[in-house]
Write a protein that binds this ligand. Structure first.
Ligand SMILES: *Cc1c(COP(=O)(O)O)cnc(C)c1O
Length: 381
């Protein structure tokens, strides 16, 4: 059996699941055909519609479509006036884009260790705050929530802004409040392997601040207030209207798709709890974890990874090198031992397919395979 990490073949390809209401190709082609004849390709009505839908979805007032999740982070920092000499606090365990955006804005990324659930350890944030700190970027890594209510208090006490890296966490929430609605800005990615995925790169910024929204709309479009007038230097980072058309065909299904991910994760958790070599991260009841990644800690990780790959299960490591120790981050001066929990994770984490297009027999096959590796009798329901 082959269990793919990617679900694009089943979502858009020639082999949809039988009776799948989540196969989008024809629906999107139909919408695109109608759209193309309008010629309204840059900004325009369909982008407005998607932005409004997205703001409503995240429980925010404004949404601003941009080029990518990375640009969503970068432009949010720019709009907040972050630049040279400033420090931005974020998690040591994240995708490179979080730190890359800070660096691109001209500021210095300051990394904080994670807790057992792969998100920033809120208790370690205050020790990293200096006079130069301007922003905290909590990352909803794997689709899980950081302790946003505690982070909000810390930020308020130190007059810092929060920009959420909720790039991989659409539809996630903490204490019923959605990802992207906690900070002064929330950021999202529509990369083909994110939970709401268009056919290329795309991103969104959410905010409740009309001032910030206005600034961001200018920043993403060269600072143009009209065809002829430029208020300040900006960028070309618009979300392509074509991508808004695609996303509009899928966004209403996101909660159902997320629920399927959650159900898959629950089944894996149940089975893996019986295996002592597997350490399932704490599942906090206050969190709607959307399982962009199903990530666990395991003993004999490298051997398990090989075992899975050999048996057709496309397991992955997110990520094998800790960000502060990447070559690009050398000048920041971090050294081994600075991030004990994140360092432990690097050698023990493994990501298994958990996407909503998995078949039951594929889930059971993964459970059997992993159980077999640890010489454990697979427990069937
Ligand atoms: C995907 C992702 C990004 C970047 O989004 P792009 O659209 O690929 O630029 C940033 N941060 C996290 C945590 C992500 O998962």
């Amino acid at each position: 059996m082959k269990v793919s990490f990617s679900y694009l073949e089943r979502q858009f390809g020639a082999n949809p699941l039988p009776n799948s209401q989540w196969h989008y190709t024809e629906r999107i082609f139909k919408a695109l055909r109608a759209f193309i004849t309008t010629g309204d390709f840059t900004l325009g009505a369909k982008l407005d519609e998607f932005e409004n839908t997205f703001a409503r979805f995240t429980g925010t007032t404004y949404a601003i479509g941009v080029n990518s999740g990375t640009d969503a982070l970068f432009l949010s920092l720019k709009a907040l006036g972050v630049g040279k000499g400033d420090e931005v606090i974020t998690s040591a365990e994240t995708f490179i884009a979080t730190a890359g955006a800070i660096q691109a804005a001209g500021a210095r990324p300051v990394f904080v260790d994670v807790n057992d659930a792969f998100v920033i350890d809120e208790e370690k944030i205050e020790a990293s705050i200096t006079k130069k700190t301007k922003v905290i970027i909590p990352v909803w890594f794997t689709g899980n929530a950081p302790d946003m209510s505690r982070i909000e208090k810390i930020a308020r006490a130190h007059h810092l802004a929060i920009v959420e890296d909720s790039c991989c966490a659409i539809d996630a929430s903490y204490q019923k409040k959605k990802a992207g609605s906690w900070g002064v800005a929330g950021t999202f990615s529509f990369h083909p392997l994110k939970n709401l995925n268009v056919w290329s790169d795309g991103g969104m910024i959410t905010t409740n601040s009309s001032t910030l929204a206005r600034k961001l709309r200018l920043l993403r479009n060269h600072g143009l207030v009209s065809r002829d007038k430029v208020k300040f230097f900006g960028f070309n980072s618009r979300l392509d209207t074509l991508e808004a058309v695609i996303a509009l065909e899928m966004i209403n299904d996101v909660p159902a798709l997320t629920n399927k991910r959650i159900a898959n994760a629950k089944r894996l958790d149940e089975a893996f709890r019986a295996i002592p070599e597997i350490d399932i991260p704490p599942r906090d009841k206050r969190v709607r974890h959307v399982f962009h990644l199903y990530m666990i800690r395991v003993k004999k990780r490298d051997a398990l990874l090989r075992f899975c790959l050999k048996r057709g299960i496309e397991a992955k490591i997110h990520y094998p090198i800790l960000l502060p120790y990447q070559e690009c981050a050398k000048s920041l001066g971090y050294k081994k031992g600075d991030f004990p929990k994140a360092e432990r994770d690097i050698s023990s984490i493994i990501t298994l397919p958990c996407h909503p297009y998995l078949k039951d027999e594929e889930l059971e096959y993964m459970i059997d395979t992993v159980s077999q590796f640890y010489h454990h009798k697979g427990k069937r329901p």
